[in-house]
Design a protein around this ligand. Structure first.
Ligand SMILES: [Zn+2]
Length: 553
């Protein structure tokens, strides 16, 4: 057999969890044709991988690249980490299906990225087709978001769907599954997912189950209520008879120390035959806009409106009391503010208060002789609503415990971005988008030895492939698609994460590619070669091959 490419002399970590072995890997027609000592077998291209690890390309099971891959199909920040397949549509948020009358509502949910894309699809299949026509550097598998389905039918209203609406939502899920979705996702702390009650989610999950899909959930709470929220996810899986993927299931500040109890629930669910797995990224922080801790109603209308509200003493008090109340689920990082941990909330990007960048809001409050809440809101006003913070909202011990759990696989929870073009202008802190996988391999494998190399690779490759039913990816093995990452295990280095305690300014951190990744191949084609993107777009838009087993009632 004529080989197109041979990767020679590498240390093959094949994705099964076994230690490396020395072998050459021969590629033909997009697939791995030979694994073994190939001697002087000829090929068009020979890659010398002496001293380098040859592993399956990483499968990032939890991302938000749905629109960014349309904005920049080269998937720069992901492919350069060694990611060869991304799963989009997580946390309830997918850009399809969409109905014309509610298009603007859905666009709002997507923020800045929505403005950079021409929305010319309506069904889920149309969206996948659009991605396919445009081309993409890595493979894409997509989930259908409950939030998108609900927005299309109910809008962003705080009420249950009527029975007619529920039937319509079920039909949209069914159609999306027919057209290739791998499952249904929810984001139950976000609009409009937070308005859905458990029975609605069970009904929709039953539809996804009938097509052999899975249920991926950003649960209703990840802090104080993380246990109740996990129980709801398990109940949905059990009643709908659908495999569960609990998204980024690591306790956030306020839920610290609950992981043991969570694992007991995982194990009990498994004992009852529920196919439950979890994913998580390895970062403890996030860099959101300062305004994003406000209740949804207080964020509405853009920065001008936000400032008006914060300037009004009564409204300001109302906002404060809602943030600390138990009513507001809010994203994980809000837990720091709720519990007054202003020492872990830092000013990251600001124009008017440059001298305060890198200071915690505890320090800023002291300097100003103000209450931290007021210092935070005042900075937001001074910055005209345009400033961001860094929230260190997860404890390292929890990250390590989750990482070692046998039901856990890695993900980035970030989207593919790039230092140039439209995506480069969206400034912020993107450690996951640029450095997730190198960070894990550098810190938790090489430096701290929390996991062996082969175990970490398994959690990045064959384990997510199994969850997705991608039985022809995720392993370096003859017959598999040639999605391959070649890296130096001693030199792999993430340059986008600022480790805690922070060394400010962090100006050097955003938008930096990792080091130590020599080659990335997707479907046999070289996309990254010695730190350069080749411009190739060999990615496939994958469709879930459903078995269409009707769930027995
Ligand atoms: Zn999420």
């Amino acid at each position: 057999m004529a080989l197109e490419t041979i990767i020679k002399n590498g240390l093959v970590v094949n994705g099964t969890g076994n230690p490396w072995f020395k072998a050459d890997v021969g590629i033909s027609e997009g697939k791995i044709a030979r694994v073994g000592r190939l001697g002087d077998v000829k090929a068009d291209k020979i890659i010398d991988a002496k001293g380098l690890v040859v592993s399956p390309g990483f499968i990032d099971i939890h991302t938000h690249s749905d629109l960014s891959l349309l904005i920049n199909p080269r998937a720069e920040s992901k492919i350069r980490q060694g990611v060869t397949t991304e799963v989009v549509g997580n946390c309830g948020t997918s850009p399809a299906p969409v109905k014309n009358e509610n298009l603007e509502l859905l666009k709002d949910e997507w923020g800045d990225e929505a403005k950079a894309v021409k929305w010319n699809w309506s069904s889920f299949g149309d969206y996948l087709h659009r991605m396919e026509e445009q081309g993409v550097s890595l493979n894409v598998a997509a989930l259908v978001g409950h939030g998108a389905v609900r927005t299309a039918v109910v809008g962003v209203e705080d009420r249950a769907p009527t029975s007619k609406e529920l039937a319509e939502m079920k039909a949209l899920v069914a159609q999306s599954m027919e057209e290739g979705a791998f499952g249904l996702s929810t984001g139950l702390v976000y609009l409009p997912g937070c308005f859905a009650k458990t029975p609605e989610l069970i009904e929709l999950s039953k539809v996804a189950a009938s097509y052999g899909g899975f249920y991926a959930s950003h649960t209703r709470g990840e802090r104080e209520t993380i246990i109740t929220a996990l129980k709801e996810a398990i109940e949905i899986g059990e009643k709908a008879r659908i495999p569960i993927q609990v998204s980024h299931n690591c306790p956030k500040y306020g839920g610290h120390g609950r992981f043991k109890e969570m694992s007991r629930l995982y194990e009990a669910a498994r004992k009852r035959g529920i196919e439950l797995t979890i994913d998580n990224d390895a970062h403890t922080d996030l860099g959101p806009h300062l305004s994003s801790i406000l209740p949804q109603w207080a964020q509405a209308g853009g920065p001008k409106k936000v400032i008006e509200r914060l300037k009004d003493p009564d409204t300001r008090e109302k906002i404060k009391s809602e943030i600390v109340s138990d009513k507001l689920p809010g994203p994980g990082y809000c837990g720091l503010v709720k519990h007054g941990r202003w020492d872990r909330v830092f000013l990251f990007q600001a124009k008017m208060n440059k001298q305060l960048i890198g200071k915690s809001f505890e320090q800023i409050a002291k300097m100003r002789g103000a209450d931290p809440f007021d210092a935070y809101f005042d900075v937001l006003i001074e910055e005209k609503g345009e400033a961001s913070g860094i929230f260190n909202y997860i404890d390292d011990v929890d990250i390590r415990a989750v990482m070692k759990h046998h039901l856990m696989m890695f993900c980035s929870d970030g989207s593919a971005v790039a230092p140039y073009g439209v995506l480069g202008k969206i400034s912020g802190y993107y450690p996951c988008s640029y450095g997730e996988y190198p960070y894990i391999l550098e810190r938790f494998v090489r430096e701290e030895k929390v996991l062996t190399l082969q175990e970490a690779i398994r959690k990045m490759t064959s384990f997510p492939a199994q969850k997705l039913g991608l039985l022809d990816r995720g392993l370096v093995k003859e017959g598999m698609w040639a999605d391959i990452t070649v890296f130096n295990p001693d030199k792999i280095k993430d340059r986008a994460t600022c480790r805690f305690p922070y060394k400010f300014p962090l100006v050097n951190y955003p938008h930096k590619y990792p080091e130590g990744i020599a080659y990335v191949l997707v479907n046999g084609e070289i996309v990254v070669e010695k730190d350069k993107h080749t411009g190739a777009l060999p990615g496939k838009v994958l469709r879930h091959h459903h078995r269409h087993e009707k769930a027995s009632e």
